[in-house]
Write a protein that binds this ligand. Structure first.
Ligand code: SAH
Length: 366
């Protein structure tokens, strides 16, 4: 999704571990050629060279793509013959749009397929204040089996390439300007960190600054540590917590057996100290499961010191799981209990309920 022009002829031999997918799109090519310059000749370059074109053409193609061009045809500073050649030889996107759903509240969800037929979803949320927030997928499916999550019930497919991640954004950029990205679609971004970061490096060209980009994790500690230590601008961090004690958290999120609460919170504190930013804590509100007063008290006690965490309470988007969302009153009581104990807490606006916009709902159904 990186480059709408992800002319997929290009081979992005991703450096990401576990991403063993070699076939690359134009986006792949462009990503490397225009920005990282550490890769061998790409297909785009090959095509350009074969046609006697200078290397700066790759940059021109990306500039158009990042600004929402819908095809090579719009790239008017490229010779017409070259545009035709590229259209023939370098696929414009690594993704095929399968279905689109439009919510009454302006939210839009796209279901895509990769070239090898893997499903993934992307959501665009439009807010009244002008915010245009994209919810991107980092994997097709997810290996982590959180019990409340529709994606967790699907078979895990594979990590998405940087181009497939970018091409999701480019799809929506072709419709309108976008300014925020959250990695809260399908998959665990910290299990595919190299590709996620490669995509994030290109997002500013698409209109999304690192400070407006958030990576959400189940609490995969090695990835949190990498984000703490890496060079470069800080991308925001969100932690899916969902329970104030290990027993309940392990029931909801089996990954907690591997990376228990105290260790995950310690990793987040180190990140926060180093990057000088608060960690967003996501807490799904599940009726009768994690929404009691004592649980709010317990959660507040965990989230110390002050100024490290900010809680976002998430109304549950019903799926085929046995869980039900908490009532509005229960959510409000929980929120005020946290606030009274010095933990800032907000309630997430519910978006796209009428189009099954929760993580993985469309693809799981498919
Ligand atoms: N794997 C990452 C990112 C993908 S899930 C993570 O777990 O953070 C993004 C967020 O959506 C997580 O907080 C997840 O718990 C939440 N989520 C999953 N299913 C949901 C549902 N049905 N309703 C509301 N939020 C959901």
């Amino acid at each position: 999704m990186l480059v709408p022009v992800t002319p997929s002829a290009i081979r992005l031999e991703s450096t990401a571990p576990g991403n063993g997918f070699g076939a690359c799109s134009l986006a792949d090519r462009l990503v490397r050629d225009c920005h990282t310059c550490r890769v061998d000749l790409t297909l785009l370059q090959d095509v350009l060279a074969r046609h006697g074109e200078p290397a700066f053409r790759a940059r021109q193609v990306w500039d158009w793509t990042a600004r929402g061009a819908a095809s090579y045809d719009e790239m008017t500073n490229l010779p017409a013959a070259l545009r035709a050649t590229l259209a023939d030889e370098v696929p414009f996107s690594s993704l095929t749009l399968e279905t689109e759903a439009h919510s009454r509240d302006g939210t839009e969800k796209a279901l895509f397929a990769t070239a090898d037929g893997r499903p993934l979803e992307t959501v665009l949320m439009r807010y009244r204040d002008g915010r245009r927030s994209l919810c991107l997928s980092s994997q097709s499916g997810c290996p982590l089996t959180c019990t409340f999550c529709a994606t967790g019930t699907m078979k895990f497919g594979r990590n998405l390439t940087a181009s497939e991640i970018l091409d999701q954004a480019l799809h929506f950029r072709r419709k309108e300007e976008v300014n925020h990205v959250v990695f809260m679609g399908m998959g665990e971004p910290l299990l595919n960190l190299d590709n996620v970061l490669a995509a994030c490096e290109r997002l500013p060209d698409v209109g999304v600054h690192p400070s407006s980009t958030t990576i959400s994790t189940v609490g995969w500690i090695p990835g949190i540590e990498q984000l703490t230590e890496r060079e470069g601008p800080t991308i925001r961090l969100a932690l899916s917590l969902h329970a104030p004690d290990d027993a309940l958290r392990s029931e909801l999120m089996p990954v907690n057996d591997r990376y228990p609460l105290t260790d995950v919170l310690d990793a987040c504190r180190s990140w926060s100290e180093q990057r000088k930013r608060k960690v967003f804590v996501e807490y799904l509100m599940l009726a009768g499961v994690n929404d009691r007063y004592e649980q709010a008290v317990q959660l507040a006690a965990l989230l110390v010191p002050e100024n490290t965490f900010k809680v976002n309470l998430i109304p549950y988007n019903p799926t085929d799981s046995p869980f039900e969302g908490s009532s509005r009153e229960a959510i409000e009581t929980f929120r005020s209990t946290l606030e009274r104990r010095g933990v800032p807490a907000t309630v997430r606006l519910t978006r796209g309920r009428d189009i099954d916009a929760a993580c993985g709902q469309l693809a799981a159904r498919g």
